[in-house]
Design a protein around this ligand. Structure first.
Ligand SMILES: [Cu+2]
Length: 127
């Protein structure tokens, strides 16, 4: 019985170590331009900087205008090109047309070397 308990504990510890090693390999959003919650003039591009190198073919983002003057909570997709960058930890979102006044949300999906997708979002305002 005590042998069984020891074995179980060892297996659980091993699984815990594996999980923490995986969590470290998952890309986290470190910073962005524009910054989360910021208000600025229309950016010509949005840059997301992650903690890990991204696997370009599985990573991506959607740009959504969530509020515009006089029309709050009316989400609308915005045409934009999503690409990598010379820095493999950076994702670049380039709107097809200049962004007009309103609130925007980037819904990103980042995949690093372990292939597990991590998702998140960034909200910023254009004045
Ligand atoms: Cu993973």
């Amino acid at each position: 019985m005590s042998f069984f308990k020891t074995t179980t504990a060892a297996v659980a510890l091993g699984a815990g170590l594996l999980l923490s090693a995986m969590a470290q390999a998952h890309p986290k959003l470190v910073s962005s331009t524009p910054a989360e919650g910021s208000t600025s003039t229309a950016p010509s591009k949005i840059e997301l900087h992650f903690s890990e190198n991204l696997t370009a073919q599985f990573s991506g983002a959607k740009l959504i205008m969530t509020d515009m003057p006089g029309m709050p909570n009316s989400p609308m997709g915005v045409k934009a090109n999503v690409s990598g960058s010379d820095d493999p930890k950076t994702m670049v979102i380039t709107p097809a047309a200049p962004l007009t006044t309103g609130t925007y949300k980037v819904e990103w999906r980042a995949v690093s070397s372990d292939t597990h997708p991590v998702t998140g979002s960034l909200v910023f305002n254009v004045k």
